[in-house]
Design a protein around this ligand. Structure first.
Ligand SMILES: CC(C)=CCC/C(C)=C/CC/C(C)=C/CC/C(C)=C/[C@@H]1[C@@H](COP(=O)(O)OP(=O)(O)O)[C@]1(C)CC/C=C(\C)CC/C=C(\C)CCC=C(C)C
Ligand SMILES: Nc1ncnc2c1ncn2[C@@H]1O[C@H](COP(=O)(O)OP(=O)(O)OP(=O)(O)O)[C@@H](O)[C@H]1O
Ligand SMILES: [Mn+2]
Length: 312
C-alpha cells in the first residue's frame, strides 16, 4: 500500500483541501463583504490564498480582540505560535489550516511575518502605552504591516520599473521606491487610521495608542484624553497624526501600481476606503470620542468604480 507521509495523513483526516478553502471563503465573505468582492477579481489561486491568510490573521486578532480575549494569556500565544510553526511543517490543527498550508507551499510564503504578527498581539497583552512614534510604528508593522507582506507574496509584484513611480516620490529615497516597503506602509497607514478612529473606544479600555511624546508636544494630557477634551490642543494633535497617516498612504500608492494587475482593484479600494476615514474624522471636527468615523454606504459604493479606474 502507498505510504503517505505522516503530515499528509493528518491533513487528510481533518477535511479536504476544497472544504478548507470553502470555509476560508465563507469566513472572509462574512467578515469583510466589500473586500471579499474585490478578491473575486483575482485569479482563483490568488483569491483562495488571500482568504486563507485573511482567516489566519482574523483568528490571530480575535485572540486578543475578540469575545474570548479575556482568557488569552502569553501561554495562549505561545501555543498559537507552536501551531504556526507546525503549519509551516505541513501539520494542520484546524480545518482552515489545511488551505493555509497549501497557500504557504504554492506561494512559498515566509514564516517571519506570521511570527511578527503574533509578537504584535503579544504587545497588546502587556502594553497599553507607547512612548514614542518609533515604538508605535513597530507595533503597527507587527499587527498590520505584516498583512501587507503576506498578501503581496500572494498577489504578486511586477518587476520594478521607473515608469511605475509617481512623479512626486523622491527617487533618491530608496524606501519610497521599494514595493515591499510600500506594502508594509499600507498596513501601517491602515493601522494608524484605525487607531485614530478608535481613540475613544480604546480610552474606555484604558488604552492609549497615540505616542505619549506627541501628547506632550501639544500639551495634552492623559487625563484630558480620558475626559475626551476637544480643544485647540486636541485638534492640533489630531491634525499632526492625520498628516502622518496620510504620508504612509502616499508611500503605499506607488506600491499598488507595482502589483500585478488583477490584484490592484481590491488594494486600491482598501486604500481609498480606509483613507477616507481620515477625511471623516476631519468633518467630525476631530470628535473621535462620541462619534465613530465611518464612510457612508453610498460613498463607499462610489469609491469602488473610482478604485477600478485607478487599477487599469
Ligand atoms: C486586498 C487586501 C486589503 C488584502 C489584505 C487581506 C488580509 C489578509 C487582511 C487581514 C486583515 C486582518 C484580519 C488583520 C489582523 C490584524 C488587524 C485587525 C489589522 C487591522 C485591519 C483592519 O481591520 P478592521 O477594520 O476589521 O479592524 P478592527 O479589528 O475592526 O479594529 C488593519 C488596520 C490592518 C489591515 C492591513 C491591510 C489590509 C494591509 C494591506 C496591504 C496590502 C494588501 C499590501 C498591498 C501591496 C502593495 C505593494 C501596496
Ligand atoms: N462604512 C465604513 N466606513 C469606514 N470603514 C469601513 C466601513 N465599513 C467597513 N470599513 C472598514 O474597511 C475594511 C474593509 O471594508 P469592508 O467593507 O470589506 O468591511 P465590512 O465591515 O465587511 O463592510 P461591509 O460588509 O459593509 O462591506 C473593514 O476592515 C472595516 O473595518
Ligand atoms: Mn473589524
Amino acid at each position: 500500500m502507498l505510504q503517505l507521509p505522516e503530515t499528509l495523513r493528518r491533513t487528510k483526516v481533518l477535511c479536504s483541501l476544497e472544504e478548507s478553502y470553502e470555509q476560508c471563503r465563507r469566513i472572509t465573505a462574512d467578515y469583510a463583504k466589500t473586500f471579499y468582492l474585490g478578491t473575486l477579481l483575482m485569479t482563483e489561486e490568488k483569491r483562495r490564498g488571500i482568504w486563507a491568510i485573511y482567516v489566519w490573521c482574523r483568528r490571530t486578532d480575535e485572540l486578543v480582540d475578540g469575545p474570548q480575549a479575556k482568557f488569552t494569556t502569553p501561554e495562549t500565544l505561545d501555543r498559537w505560535e507552536a501551531e504556526l510553526e507546525a503549519l509551516f511543517e505541513g501539520d494542520a490543527t484546524d480545518v482552515t489550516d489545511v488551505a493555509l498550508i497549501d497557500t504557504i507551499r504554492r506561494f512559498n510564503l515566509d514564516i517571519q511575518p506570521f511570527r511578527d504578527m503574533i509578537a504584535g498581539q503579544r504587545m497588546d497583552l502587556y502594553r497599553s502605552r507607547y512612548e514614542t512614534f518609533e515604538e508605535l510604528k513597530l507595533y503597527c508593522y507587527r499587527v498590520a504591516g505584516t498583512v501587507g507582506l503576506m498578501s503581496a507574496s500572494v498577489m504578486g509584484l511586477q518587476p520594478f520599473s521607473d515608469e511605475l513611480q509617481a512623479p512626486w516620490i523622491d527617487p533618491f529615497e530608496p524606501e519610497m521606491r521599494d514595493p515591499i516597503q510600500q506594502a508594509i506602509a499600507l498596513g501601517i497607514a491602515n493601522q494608524l487610521t484605525n487607531i485614530l478612529r478608535d481613540v475613544g473606544e480604546d480610552a474606555r479600555r484604558e488604552r492609549i495608542y497615540l505616542p505619549l511624546e506627541d501628547l506632550a508636544l501639544f500639551n495634552y494630557t492623559e487625563a484630558d484624553l480620558f475626559r475626551g477634551v476637544i480643544d485647540h490642543r486636541w485638534r492640533s494633535l489630531m491634525k499632526f497624526q492625520i498628516a502622518r497617516a496620510r504620508k504612509f498612504f502616499a508611500q503605499a500608492e506607488s506600491g499598488v501600481r507595482a502589483l500585478e494587475k488583477d490584484a490592484r482593484w481590491p488594494v486600491w479600494s482598501a486604500l481609498v476606503l480606509y483613507r477616507q476615514i481620515l477625511d471623516v474624522i476631519e468633518k467630525n471636527n476631530y470628535d473621535v470620542f462620541t462619534k465613530r468615523a465611518y464612510v457612508p454606504g453610498m460613498q463607499k459604493m462610489m469609491t469602488l468604480p473610482y478604485a477600478w479606474m485607478k487599477s487599469l
